[in-house]
Design a protein around this ligand. Structure first.
Ligand code: HMG
Length: 408
């Protein structure tokens, strides 16, 4: 029995900022962002978007043509949770009108929980092959204005349906794991922005990669050369290049710069123009690779490295299925990415500093460009979501009403 990804889709906000504007504002040489960390553009969520709206937008597309009754589990992976108790999966379950005979949970371990969700899904389907699992990875990466991490910020979601009738990628049971208690990146409950020891986090990422690979290799006898392409967790795109050369060096595989580029460059394209989306980042890299028009990836083997600060890592492999191109939303995705609104530095700061009331007071969010779902406001401490008519999603903003948004 084959088990793997039947459908996959991603959503990023309709707003973003060219990092040239950030470089000017921070008085930094733009080459540091473009070449040094490999970033050109960051996705920025508007005040009427959150992990639920982004996740629901991604999931709606991933569910196209799939019988909702077949979904028995919804797993929402995030580190930008909106509630300490209720799973974000339940909001999406309602927005997508999924069947009531369904379990719905939220998972957390930094950027890596989406990968654990994937492996839990494989195990579930191995036991119950008629069931399908909907996985949603959705996050907003915030480091703070003027912080070293600022140019790596981003936001977005990936949704995947995992089943015994995969059309995109077949996955096996083997995973190399690594867990170690370190403080490289974390976000206490009282903070909106992550705390991070940037240079240390890169070192820990590399250590985790080595250990995960060793564990995977010990279990499977795999060789580096068994993989045609690699996808890494991408906090910024240059991390993928650094990680891949590190693994090749450690494996004593002489890799020319052309071969290194060939193996990972296709997976880096989307990250450069969207930024870090934490749990969704690795899978946006997979979509970036799958969307490469010049490549026929059928039967190609991909090596994946998932990393979540704190820390946990996982290395695993997957094989691309013939016909995968017919089940992607490539042209829609390209148009969406191209048509995003470029905002100014001042608008970025306005979006960035917007906060929902911290006391649960009734509040209506100003309307911005969105996908099919938006956060309408807060009533009695409850977030209120609404479906946006198709004609209005891309419509012009309702003005700069951030500060002046009237109470409900
Ligand atoms: P920084 O200190 O501002 O940058 O922060 P830098 O001084 O290290 O420079 C970065 C690179 O740009 C260097 O290249 C410079 O040489 C180069 P490298 O030495 O790496 O080859 N550079 C230039 N290049 C061209 N022209 C120039 C120029 N100037 C410098 N003029 C840092 C960089 C990544 C630390 C920062 O952005 C940060 O703290 N980011 C957030 C943390 C992070 O992304 N960590 C990655 C690993 S942890 C992870 O992936 C997990 C995570 O996703 C969270 C989770 O799991 O939940 C973050």
């Amino acid at each position: 029995m084959k088990i793997g990804i039947e459908s996959i889709s991603m959503y990023v906000p309709r707003y973003g900022m060219d990092l040239r504007l950030l470089a000017d504002a921070r008085n930094v040489d733009y080459a540091k962002y473009k070449q040094g960390i490999g970033q050109e553009f960051m996705s920025i969520p508007s005040p009427d978007e959150d992990i639920v709206t982004m996740g629901a937008n991604a999931a709606e597309q991933a569910m196209e043509g799939i019988d909702p009754q077949s979904i028995r589990t919804v797993i929402f992976a995030t580190e930008s949770g909106i509630d300490q108790s209720k799973a974000a999966a339940i909001y999406v379950h309602k927005l997508l009108d999924l069947p009531q005979n369904c379990r719905t949970v939220e998972m957390k371990q930094a950027c890596c929980s989406s990968t654990s969700a994937l492996h839990f899904a494989l195990a579930t389907i191995a036991l119950k092959p008629n069931e399908k699992v909907l996985i949603i990875a959705s996050d907003i990466a915030k480091y703070g204005l003027g912080s070293a991490g600022e140019p790596t910020q981003g936001a977005g979601a990936v949704a995947m349906v995992i089943s015994a009738t995969p059309r995109i990628l077949e996955l096996g049971p083997d995973v190399g794991y690594f867990t170690k208690d370190v403080m490289d990146f974390w976000r206490p409950n009282y903070k909106d922005e992550a705390l991070v020891d940037g240079k240390y986090s890169i070192k820990v990422y590399m250590d985790a990669l080595e250990h995960c690979w060793e564990h995977y290799q010990a279990d499977t006898n795999a060789a580096f050369e068994d993989f045609d392409y690699f996808c890494y967790h991408l906090p910024f795109s240059r991390m993928g290049t650094k990680a891949h050369s590190h693994l090749a060096r450690q494996q004593k595989v002489p890799l020319s710069s052309q071969e290194l580029q060939r193996q990972i460059e296709p997976s880096l394209r989307y990250n450069r123009i969207t930024g870090n989306a934490y749990t969704a980042s690795l899978y946006m890299g997979l979509l970036s690779l799958l969307d490469s028009k010049e490549l026929n990836l059928a039967h190609k083997k991909i090596g994946f490295f998932s990393y979540g600060s704190g820390c946990m890592g996982a290395f695993f492999g997957g094989t691309v299925l013939p016909g995968y191109q017919d089940h992607l939303y490539r042209s829609e995705r390209e148009a969406w990415l191209r048509d995003r609104k470029h905002i100014s530095y001042t608008e970025y700061v306005e979006f960035y500093t917007h906060r929902l009331p911290q006391n649960g007071h009734n509040y209506r969010t100003s309307r911005h460009r969105s996908g099919s779902f938006r956060l309408a406001g807060v009533e009695n401490h409850q977030r209120i979501y609404e479906r946006v008519p198709a004609s209005m999603g891309a419509a012009a903003d309702s003005g700069k009403a951030l500060a002046a948004a009237p109470a409900v």
